[in-house]
Structure formats: structure tokens, C-alpha cells
Ligand binder design. Structure first.
Ligand code: HEM
Length: 308
């Protein structure tokens, strides 16, 4: 089984996230299913004209419209974006049915692929939000901190991101969560670096983790580093990137791939709700989620099977 191409590779210079929902009263029919099934082979053709800068893609399908495409067959843990009880920071749930995550080295190519996609699905799906994101130098988020340092590497990336023998019918698929965060840049930039470091839990310039003793429980890292009952750290493969315009709305387009939705759900809960140790993530005093959605990204073979 082959994972969709946007999931595993290291960060690209550009990404486009197309968030879509079904038009009112429209059901997904065979014609749309056929188009989605053929998307990756069309993209392979497209990439032949620019072989050095291929466009990578992942199409994810939400729990609510899943059955319209795949019928009764479904991944074991497919479910909607979590509603987090007791949350004191926003974790809004966006009404979205499908996502297309495009990545590559040339923004113009992503633009062309996205435009063709939107034209082809227009009768059934309307865009909720289209977000262009970009990699900053050293992979730094707009907060100035390197994002992605503790991402899994090498073979671990597939182990973390892809479903395997635990759900063999959906092997090489992945649970994708996205949230668009808007940073309060003016307030953040007024903070002394030492305070910013206590909020993230790492040093800014040298990108090192603060020692446990110096790291507040409210630091971002303290909220998202969680061990399971065997002492193993829960992992995600994050493909987040900064987005936005100088002076306008800007922040982080968070995107994570995982073999289960549980890791994201636990981490987000510890960020927004004071349910376990009474703490929440102080980063959220400076950044607010304005969208949130969950999808399953099936293997290329499963997606292609929709043509039948
Ligand atoms: C780590 C930024 C949201 C999960 C980090 C790091 C930064 C960062 C700078 C440290 C470097 C690294 O290892 O990547 C942000 C920002 C966010 C955000 C600016 C939004 C405003 C989230 C969310 C989750 C999450 C929503 C999951 C629900 C993680 C994880 C790590 C991490 C798992 C690695 C922790 C470790 O193993 O040390 N984040 N993050 N982040 N973040 Fe976030």
C-alpha cells in the first residue's frame, strides 16, 4: 500500500490547504468519486512537466461524508474533530468534509493544481477556506521558534504517521488534524525572549529543550509531551507551516498526521482544558485557533478504488 505523497517527506517551501464542504443538498456521486480516484495519476502526469519540483498531495475525507464515498467500509478510528469538554481556550470545529493538502517548492504549481481541483469539484463541493502557507528560514514559526524539531525522523515517520497492521484494510492511511491558529504578533513581540522561552519550553535561538526543572507546566512542550501507560511518548508527524500577511491575519497552519486520532486529541485536551493538572498551554494566550477539522487520508490504492 502506498501513502499519499504529501504525508511523509520533510517540509516543502510552500503548501496550500484547501478545506471544502458539500454544497447544500448535494450528495457525493460516482462522477465526483471518479475524479477523486484519478487525482493522483493526473498529478503524476502534471509533475512530468516539472520533474524537479513535483507537487505532493494528500486528500483527506471527513467522518460525516465518508459513507458517501466509501459506503460502509471505514477506518476503525474515523471520527469528527473532538469537542473538548471544559476547554477554556477556543478549539473551534469547522464544518468541512474534504481537505486537499498540496506541497512543493513552487507556489505557482500549487496554485495551478488547486485551481484545477476546485474547478473540477465545483458542482459538489464549495471551498470553506484556502490557505497558502510557507516555510520560513530554519523552519521557524512566526513566533521566531523553530517548529518541527522533535518530529520523528527516517523510518519513524511512517511508523508514527501511517496505519499499519492494527487496521490492515486501511494500511498506509493516516489520520489528519488541522487547525488554523492566528497569532497575536504585537503582544508576542513585546515579550522578553526569556518569557517567550518559558511559554514554548525551548530556547529561541539555539532551539534546545529547557530542562524539566526550568520548564513551567504551562509551557507548550510540557502540555504536548505525554507518555502512555508503558512510558512511551505519544508522537505525531507535524506538517505545520506559517501562513498569512505582514500586518494582517497570520500564524501557524497546524497539520498533523498519525496512525491514530488519539494522540492529537490528548495533546489538544492538555493544551486547552485544565482537566488533568489544572494547567493549560500559555502559548494560547498569544495564539487562537480559528478552524479545526479531522480527516482520514486513505492510501493511494484505496483512493483509486473509488473509480470502481
Ligand atoms: C512542538 C509551536 C500547536 C503538538 C512545538 C515546538 C514549537 C511549537 C515551536 C517546538 C519545536 C518542535 O519540536 O517542533 C506550536 C505553535 C502552535 C502549536 C506555534 C500553535 C499556535 C500545537 C498543537 C499540537 C502541537 C495544536 C497538538 C495538539 C506539538 C508536539 C511537539 C510540538 C507533539 C513536540 C514536542 C516534543 O516532543 O518535544 N510546537 N505548536 N502543537 N508541538 Fe506545537
Amino acid at each position: 500500500m502506498t501513502p499519499q505523497t504529501a504525508i511523509l517527506p520533510a517540509a516543502s517551501s510552500h503548501a496550500l490547504f484547501l478545506l471544502l464542504r458539500r454544497r447544500l443538498g448535494r450528495r457525493i456521486d460516482g462522477q465526483l468519486a471518479k475524479y477523486i480516484a484519478g487525482f493522483h495519476s493526473q498529478l503524476m502526469e502534471f509533475n512530468k512537466s516539472q520533474p524537479d519540483t513535483p507537487v505532493l498531495a494528500a486528500i483527506g475525507i471527513g467522518a460525516e461524508c465518508w459513507a458517501e464515498l466509501f459506503g460502509r467500509e471505514r477506518p476503525a478510528e474515523l471520527r469528527a474533530f473532538p469537542h473538548i469538554a471544559g476547554a477554556i481556550h477556543p478549539a473551534p470545529i469547522t464544518n468541512a468534509d474534504l481537505i486537499v493538502h498540496l506541497r512543493g517548492e513552487q507556489a505557482d504549481l500549487l496554485h495551478d493544481v488547486a485551481s484545477d481541483f476546485l474547478d473540477a469539484v465545483r458542482d459538489w463541493l464549495e471551498p470553506v477556506e484556502v490557505t497558502a502557507a510557507f516555510r520560513r528560514r530554519e523552519g521557524r514559526d512566526l513566533t521566531g521558534f523553530v517548529d518541527g524539531t522533535e518530529n520523528p525522523e527516517d523510518d519513524e515517520r511512517a511508523t508514527v504517521a501511517l496505519v499499519s497492521e492494527q487496521d490492515p484494510d486501511w494500511a498506509a492511511g493516516s489520520y489528519l488534524h488541522i487547525q488554523r491558529y492566528v497569532h497575536r504578533m504585537e503582544s508576542w513581540n513585546k515579550l522578553p525572549v526569556l518569557q517567550q522561552e518559558a511559554i514554548i519550553g525551548r530556547t529561541k535561538h539555539s532551539d534546545e529543550e529547557l530542562p524539566d526543572d526550568d520548564r513551567p507546566r504551562t509551557a507548550h512542550i510540557s502540555r504536548v509531551v505525554i507518555e502512555d501507560e508503558n512510558g512511551e511518548e505519544l508522537a505525531l508527524l507535524r506538517q505545520s507551516l506559517p501562513y498569512g500577511t505582514p500586518g494582517g491575519d497570520r500564524g501557524l497552519y497546524f497539520a498533523s498526521y498519525c496512525h491514530t486520532p488519539r494522540h492529537f486529541e490528548k495533546m489538544l485536551t492538555r493544551m486547552v482544558a485544565p482537566t488533568d493538572d489544572g494547567r493549560v498551554d500559555h502559548l494560547l494566550n498569544f495564539s487562537r485557533a480559528v478552524t479545526g477539522a479531522a480527516f482520514f487520508v486513505p492510501s493511494i490504492e484505496k483512493l483509486t478504488s473509488l473509480a470502481k
